[in-house]
Design a protein around this ligand. Structure first.
Ligand SMILES: Cc1ncc(COP(=O)(O)O)c(C=O)c1O
Length: 385
């Protein structure tokens, strides 16, 4: 067989978890690799879903674009939290997660050989999707604090550019993009009539004095912005595979061709749970943000005690992306850390060339004791190596 995918890198987290398998069964194993929060949907939403399980409608397809009631609740939620206006009838589709939404958007937009401009470090699955579809990623270096650079993004664009892709708050860096910076990128996209795809998977995970700025909130940008979102991180629902895509009606019409072909609809039971969660009050997210805020303080404090780590404090998510002094092969380093400390972190190089020399630490589901333990182990490792 000849595969179109043979030159695409294998899913890096799956590969690393495979490499870590010898250690994962050890009682002392610490996983700072996978990007998960620590919360799950509240009991009241689960009970409400349980009541619906005996109903035949839970077990069959929903409309391709998702259940109208969920789209309406989501539009209200997004108006309140991200300050964006969305017509749930024709500007919003519920997807099987944000990854599914990005790949679907690319299927609708990308012509063979076209380019997608992305600040680096990037989220590797987006690159995999672009390359699988015969496109090319143009990596552009960021500025201090991992902010994207509007000038470099503009100079990387040409007649073959199919889209610009931003992630805020960002994986892997945790950076929350500043409003002025995003606005300058939006201006360029409008001027050149190129869509800006904005991945806002971590929209509620904002700390310190930061605010999340969603480019769609600019009324003049609505025809040029495609917004991706997810219930995986903010709502603790990664196993239910629910996300969404928002865009102008003409884009949504095209997107629905992809949706019908690839998934038909997002999982119906997952949509029902998402609906119950939205209707049942979101105080569980507030609780999780308070918990993560405390963990972040602890993690930054403990990281600052390790000389080998050079760290810029960012304001979003549960990720840290420190540079390791003298590190030229982060994959090797991560395997050494795993072997010596029974702890999994991710190598920065899987997030693009500019990630080399960094490691990504994800502390979402950990307890404060586990965060302390993780930094004790890292401090011990760097003292000896
Ligand atoms: C930036 C970003 N987008 C999308 C996803 C995938 O989200 P979903 O579970 O909704 O597919 C992730 C998961 O880590 C992510 O970090």
């Amino acid at each position: 067989m000849r595969f179109r995918t043979q030159d695409i890198m294998p899913p890096p987290i799956v590969k690393l978890i495979d490499a870590a398998r010898r250690y994962t069964s050890s009682p002392g194993f610490l996983n700072l690799g996978q990007g998960l929060p620590g919360h799950v949907p509240p009991e009241r939403a689960l009970v409400a879903l349980r009541d619906r399980l005996s109903h035949p409608a839970t077990h069959v397809y929903s409309p391709d674009e998702g259940m109208l009631e969920l789209r309406e609740e989501l539009a209200i939620y997004l108006r309140r939290t991200s300050k964006i206006d969305v017509n749930p009838q024709d500007e919003l589709v519920i997807t099987a997660g944000a990854n599914n939404a990005f790949a679907g958007a690319m299927m609708a937009l990308l012509h063979q050989g076209q380019k997608v401009v992305m600040p680096t470090p990037y989220y590797f699955n987006s690159v995999m999707a672009v390359e699988m579809l015969g496109g090319q990623v143009v990596e552009v270096a960021g500025l201090k604090g991992f902010q994207p650079d509007p000038a470099t993004i503009e100079s990387a664009m040409d007649d073959d550019t199919c889209a610009v892709f931003l992630i805020t708050p960002n994986n892997p860096t945790g950076a929350v993009y500043e409003r002025n910076t995003v606005d300058r990128i939006v201006d360029v996209c409008i001027e050149r009539d190129i869509p800006l795809i904005s991945d806002e998977t971590y929209a509620s995970m904002i700390f310190d004095d930061a605010t999340h700025y969603s480019p769609r909130s600019r009324r003049d940008a609505i025809d040029h912005v495609i917004t991706l979102g997810s219930f995986s991180k903010d709502f603790g629902m990664s196993g239910w595979r629910i996300g969404y895509v928002i865009g102008p009606e003409e884009f949504i019409q095209e997107y629905l061709k992809v949706q019908d072909t690839i998934t038909i609809c997002a999982p119906t039971a997952g949509q029902l749970l998402a609906l119950e969660v939205l209707k049942s009050g979101l105080d569980f997210i507030e609780d999780e943000l308070r918990r993560l805020g405390l963990l972040r303080e602890l993690a930054y404090l403990r990281a600052s005690e390790i000389d080998a780590l050079e760290l810029e404090r960012t304001k979003g998510t549960f990720y840290m992306f420190p540079h390791v002094k003298g590190c030229e092969d982060s994959k090797r380093l991560v395997l050494d850390i795993l072997q010596s400390t029974e702890m999994l972190v991710l190598p920065g190089s899987i997030f693009g060339a500019s990630g080399e020399g960094h490691i990504r630490l994800s502390f979402g589901p950990l307890t404060p004791e586990a965060v302390d333990e993780a930094f004790d182990r890292l401090a011990g490792f760097f003292k000896e190596n």
